[in-house]
Write a protein that binds this ligand. Structure first.
Ligand SMILES: Cc1cc2nc3c(=O)[nH]c(=O)nc-3n(C[C@H](O)[C@H](O)[C@H](O)COP(=O)(O)OP(=O)(O)OC[C@H]3O[C@@H](n4cnc5c(N)ncnc54)[C@H](O)[C@@H]3O)c2cc1C
Length: 206
């Protein structure tokens, strides 16, 4: 059993943490936003403060592959989303008019997915996660801790330091802090190689 820290309590962080906890690891999530999930999906929509997710008050479509992962690894999550008010969505129903053959094929059911308000989706995922493992909210990670290298020249991450100066040790640290992750800077600060990132100008704003 390993002690694992997951940084970021969004959908990806919570899901990753649950999968690892179900395998018997000692997992803790550190989430910068302070507010815990409220008591109901309605309150989540009305008043849950999640400044860490900029598109929080928008719809969220889960990719069909995400639902397949939930159903095979975390079977409590899809029912929790449906109970909270999410609905199913047939991704094949949105075929462009140029495709005229809409006949169903065997296996097409794998394109059925779930959609809902992002607070509703996150409320459901968090309510399952918080029954399984500790989610420490209001804890912002500021840097990585490193100890003696296991491989010469390769820094060895041994935990994190929060903005309040708390040091939390771990066997494994997983970054799920989203698109604006500071991980490249954190790695550079301990002498590690930055990940290779590729960016293309797509010509539109999303
Ligand atoms: C307008 C818009 C619409 C989108 N719609 C969809 C959609 O419909 N379907 C879809 O699949 N994707 C959509 N996306 C992409 C979406 O961002 C991701 O799918 C999803 O939010 C990724 O989840 P995540 O958990 O990786 O990251 P996030 O949701 O970004 O979560 C990261 C978490 O890390 C926390 N955090 C950040 N820094 C720290 C720190 N230093 N210490 C501790 N915690 C920290 C944040 O508070 C946040 O809770 C959309 C994106 C945008 C911008």
């Amino acid at each position: 059993m390993s002690k694992i820290l997951v940084l970021g309590g969004g959908i990806v962080g919570l899901s990753t943490a649950m999968m690892l906890a179900r395998r018997g690891h000692d997992v803790t999530v550190l989430e910068r936003d302070r507010e815990p999930p409220p008591g109901s999906p309605e309150e989540a929509w009305q008043s849950w403060e999640r400044r860490g997710v900029v598109q929080f008050r928008q719809p969220h479509n889960l990719h069909p592959a995400a639902i397949q992962l939930f159903d095979s690894h975390l079977p409590d999550v899809t029912p929790a989303m449906v109970r909270a008010g999410c609905i199913t969505l047939d991704a094949l129903a949105a075929m462009p008019p140029t495709i005229t053959d809409h006949a169903r094929r065997e296996g097409d059911e794998r394109f059925t997915t779930i959609t809902g308000r992002r607070p509703t989706v996150e409320y459901a995922v968090a309510s399952v996660a918080e029954n399984l493992l500790p989610v420490r909210r209001g804890v912002a990670v500021a840097s990585l801790l490193n100890g003696p290298s296991a491989t010469k020249g390769v820094p060895h991450v041994t935990g994190v330091r929060t903005i309040d100066g708390e040091e939390v040790s771990a066997d494994l640290v997983i970054d799920a802090t989203g698109r604006a992750s500071k991980l490249p800077d954190w790695l550079a600060a301990i002498g590690a190689r930055r990940p290779i990132e590729e960016a293309e100008d797509s010509g539109f704003i999303y």
